[in-house]
Design a protein around this ligand. Structure first.
Ligand SMILES: NC(=O)c1ccc[n+]([C@@H]2O[C@H](COP(=O)([O-])OP(=O)(O)OC[C@H]3O[C@@H](n4cnc5c(N)ncnc54)[C@H](OP(=O)(O)O)[C@@H]3O)[C@@H](O)[C@H]2O)c1
Length: 167
């Protein structure tokens, strides 16, 4: 079975982005993100793709857009969350990957929520200003299965890596 996952870093107040960027600099979370997504198809909204600015290496990149003509080198284009899942799961089968990963942003996390088996949430102990937010994982549907306190370097915010599985 191919597990459908989302991975997000979320502040205590629900903020995940500001001006199409991450509101913090947290290398420990970038390493965690790479470790969890490497070798797996990643699915993202067009705005998140443009914020990253290039395809993520070592992963099939699937970008969701409503613009029929939109394309970009090195990425597969999907017109809906369901279409993206179809492309990503087929690629995971080919690659022998056990999961596909929704990597944001806010609009895509909301649209993907009904399909998710697992959430990877980095809880960042900040309350920044932001224009992209998501709600907390629905505790009536998901159980927290692992919790790991992140190693903080000087100047970095405290953070915790939490994994939630659908009941
Ligand atoms: N903290 C984190 O872990 C994290 C992770 C990722 C992103 N972010 C942040 O999140 C923010 C971006 O989030 P966002 O909500 O503004 O944008 P987004 O979800 O990245 O992308 C939105 C775009 O995706 C397309 N789209 C969305 N739903 C669709 C659907 N159902 N069918 C077809 N296309 C659909 C549309 O593209 P078109 O307009 O081209 O039609 C839409 O404009 C940024 O600030 C970014 O830094 C944070």
């Amino acid at each position: 079975m191919i597990r459908v996952c989302a991975i997000v870093a979320r502040a205590k107040n629900g903020v995940i982005g500001q001006n199409n960027q991450l509101p913090w600099h947290l290398p420990s979370d970038l390493r965690y993100f790479k470790a969890q997504t490497f070798g797996k198809p990643v699915i993202m909204g067009r705005k998140t793709f443009e914020s990253i600015g290039r395809p993520l290496p070592g992963r099939t990149n699937v970008v969701i857009t409503r613009q029929p003509q939109w394309q970009s080198p090195g990425v597969k284009v999907a017109t809906s969350v369901e279409h993206a899942l179809q492309i990503a799961k087929a690629q995971a089968e080919l690659d022998g990957a056990d999961a596909v990963m929704f990597i944001g942003g806010a609009e895509i996390y909301r649209a993907a929520a009904p399909y998710l088996d697992r959430w990877y949430v980095t809880e960042v102990q900040l309350e920044p200003t932001g224009d992209a937010t998501i709600p907390a994982v629905d505790a009536s549907l998901f159980d927290e299965v692992t919790t790991e306190v992140g190693q903080t370097q000087p100047g970095e915010p405290d953070h915790t890596f939490r994994v939630f599985d659908r009941r």
